[in-house]
Design a binder for this molecule. Sequence first.
Ligand SMILES: Nc1ncnc2c1ncn2[C@@H]1O[C@H](COP(=O)(O)OP(=O)(O)OP(=O)(O)O)[C@@H](O)[C@H]1O
Length: 277
Amino acid sequence: MSLFPGDVSPRDVLDVLLVAFLIYQGYLLVVGTRAVNVLRGILVFAAVWVAAQLLGLTTLSYLLGRAGTVGLFALVVLFQPELRAALERVGRPRGRDLGASGAALQDLARAMERLAERKTGALIAIERRTPLGEYAATGVALDAVVSVPFLEALFARNAPLHDGGVILQGSRVVAAGCLFPLQSSDGTYRRYGTRHRAAIGLSELTDAVVLVVSEERGSMRIALAGRLGPDLNGSELREQLRALVYDRADLSGEITPPPPAPAAEVGPGTQRERGGA
Ligand SMILES: Nc1ncnc2c1ncn2[C@@H]1O[C@H](COP(=O)(O)OP(=O)(O)OP(=O)(O)O)[C@@H](O)[C@H]1O
């Protein structure tokens, strides 16, 4: 007896499986981004359209059908950055050697702690598979080994490059004073300032691990995959860095974003201090 009854051929099964795989991958690409809300809106729109067709509401289904065609083009324009990031993620090489070392991790974490202790604001993006060249180009190119004094000097108030973000590639600082894309001020992160929104924005469009020290609160946080994690102490920061950047085994797997900070923690009025180990 054939495994595939009737008209269903192995090719049809393969076809359906591939389409299901593509839909699932598409879902993984948009989950956690602002595109998810739009996706929900599209589903509601499609459901109303199908209902209108089933009920024979010709004018409504005609209008919705027309709006759908125009909407597709509008979506491409609206989500151009997300689409580009998604395609970049698809074509990203696997298991790139970051050339990072345990020493760099310790220096980076120590610099973060010192900056947090002194309430010196800082923004540091660590490149992973998505090249950050276009963001590095907005600042000043550097080529220096990651070290505590160097990072402290970069972010020191009145230092020429303290404004903007620093970009690291492995153990090297490759740019400073860079402009990162701001997260749109919708939803959960509306109450954050621009430094935090720049961290979230960059992590939304790339797979970079973005570290932020708050000048106001002296806290250390990580933004990853469009989400801002909770305040970290020194050992938590080291642990996260080890897992996300310096443990290369992790690079073959998927990114697990840190849980978003509870709403109570995010307001400017809530001063929960945990910076420094
Ligand atoms: N798009 C950006 N890219 C990189 N850095 C930025 C960007 N926007 C703002 N910054 C940095 O953030 C600083 C302003 O931070 P602001 O006080 O608005 O943010 P915040 O999230 O409240 O941070 P903090 O808690 O440190 O005050 C700027 O001086 C600049 O260094």
